[in-house]
Design a protein around this ligand. Structure first.
Ligand SMILES: C[S@@+](CC[C@H](N)C(=O)[O-])C[C@H]1O[C@@H](n2cnc3c(N)ncnc32)[C@H](O)[C@@H]1O
Length: 219
């Protein structure tokens, strides 16, 4: 780790998009991480609407998402991708039950190899949520990287509807989701008793992100 003080101009450069890209590349020192990042960028072009990002989540964003899920008995990660958030969930929540859901078969396989102790499901988020029947005693928190702003309309509609149904079945459930704009990830249906709360901004991400929570509105 380089602890040398940095000049203001160096700091300013590091927050420019090109500077952030360079930093991200330098941070991905290991060959494996470089491969993962390269593969992600390729997927981001090839399946833009389903991936909806230009780079994997940064460690800071992943950690902020994992912290926002504290208090869960069971965490269900939606759109686990390269496993950046999965790794932070394991770090923060230890051996607590975690299910990682990923629609892309190659990424699901990689997740299984990287996290042999985790229940990885290669399916769509809405299928998973419709079929899940956790014990009534368990507080379930959904931690999602799903790209709601770019999902095709059909996927957007069925995924949002399944999430709302899942959350409404138990007022203790909540969804943790990030966005790349300071506005709510998606609109809930009219008259929904659920409400969005913006938890924090994470500047060290490409691009900067906002962490949101959707759950029962305060009485
Ligand atoms: C923004 S990327 C993943 C970001 C992840 N945090 C990372 O750093 O790798 C979104 C992921 O959601 C997956 N995805 C998109 N739609 C999905 C759906 N309906 N169900 C499950 N996964 C989905 C994509 O295949 C992609 O891996």
């Amino acid at each position: 780790m380089n602890d040398k003080p940095r000049s203001p101009s160096t700091r300013a450069r590091a927050t420019q998009p090109a500077g952030l890209l360079q930093r991200l590349w330098r941070l991905s020192r290991g060959r494996r991480l470089r491969q993962v990042t390269g593969n992600f960028v390729w997927q981001a072009f090839a399946r833009h609407s389903m991936v909806g990002a230009v780079a994997p989540s940064s460690r800071r964003l992943a950690h902020a998402m994992a912290l926002a899920a504290r208090g869960a008995d069971l965490v269900v990660e939606l759109g686990a991708g390269t496993g950046a958030v999965t790794a932070a969930l394991v770090e923060v929540h230890g051996m607590r039950p975690l299910v990682a859901v990923e629609i892309d078969a190659r990424w699901a396989d990689r997740l299984r190899r990287r996290f042999p102790g985790i229940d990885v499901r290669c399916t769509s988020a809405d299928e998973m949520l419709t079929q899940m029947a956790p014990p009534a005693s368990q507080v379930v928190v959904l931690v999602s990287s799903l790209p709601f702003r770019s999902l095709p309309p059909h996927w957007h509609q069925r995924t949002c509807a399944a999430i709302e149904r899942f959350l409404l079945a138990d007022p203790r459930r909540r969804l943790v989701q990030y966005t790349y704009q300071p506005r709510a990830p998606f609109e809930t249906s009219a008259a929904s008793p659920l409400a969005w709360r913006c938890r924090r901004a994470v500047w060290h991400n490409l691009p900067p992100a906002w962490v949101w929570e959707l759950g029962a509105a305060p009485a």
